[in-house]
Design a binder for this molecule. Sequence first.
Ligand SMILES: *Cc1c(COP(=O)(O)O)cnc(C)c1O
Length: 360
Amino acid sequence: MRIEYRLLPDCERKEPPAPGAELGFGQLRTDHMFLMNYSDGGWHSPRIVPYGPLELQPGAMCLHYGQTFFEGIKAFKHADGEIYCFRADKNAERMNHSAEILCMPAIPEDMQLEAIHRLLDVDRRWCPSEPQSSMYIRPFMFATQDSLGVKPSKEYLYCVMLSPSGAYYKGGFSHAIRLLVTRKYHRAVSGGTGTAKAGGNYGASLRPQEYAKSFGADQVLYLSADNGAIEEVGTMNHYHVLKDGAFIIPDFGDSILRSVTSLSVLELAALGKARARQEVIRVDKFLDDVASGEIIEAGGFGTAAVVSPVGEYVFEDGRTLTVGNGGVGEHSRRLYEMYAAMQTGDLPAPDGWLRQVKHY
Ligand SMILES: *Cc1c(COP(=O)(O)O)cnc(C)c1O
């Protein structure tokens, strides 16, 4: 791929935050972004340009009919001073899965990876190096054709932007969240768009999220449309831990997003480094098993937090159900520490999980 570079002169580049500064999540931007257009049946004009406003026709189809999706990836600066991208090949694959579901064009995975790596290289001085900080990578694609018919757009823009982000767990791995168990709202149905990181899925999650907050919960635990099975959380897969230490993740089916974190935990299990498997999880049995102590821990898997333990389930009638001792359990902690150490190079990661960003 021949990428055009239109970079800011050094004097116009911003100063990255000083070491130790509070970065937050998703707030900061680097100097540049990657763009590539699709029209006349092909991808063209790959370029790295200064980060800034995009020009869009008011009739751009993404604004009206939601043909847009995204990915979330992390890269880490290791002790050797080099930047390593974590499992971006899995995200590139899922990007094309989302594209297929939304009738949008695929981008060859090697092209996506090159776009990400070249941009990381250009803005490498922005990659934070404090413990557990990362460069959050946000690739996305949306429809740009100026047309008001409800049909797939013929034109698209692919964009990658970067956001230096701080450690998710600043005071250590100690926070357990509360999930609202509700039969009122659903995230996805079989035959729908639940396995895509489609913008519309997240727009639709805002009202249930506000609803959860009104009950003092952090997020919603979504059930299947028939309310029989546990599906996932708005931006995380769900897991629970049995007394024997096994992590159980709901069977993906076609309404649960295939989390790269979940897939990685299952791969670690296949390598004998963890105990994990997938099952269909009936809600009633799950809640009984939490109450009886058969289930000792629970939580969510996702790129942002990696592991997010659940301390309590909340119900609309005001009842609550505590998991284990209501705090962060040992199995969740150990898995988090192993996974995070693999990302930062403090523990060897399975082959192919980390790819060093070249000095192009
Ligand atoms: C992004 C996301 C996840 C987590 O996936 P990762 O690849 O692990 O970051 C889980 N569920 C939903 C609905 C998501 O959007």
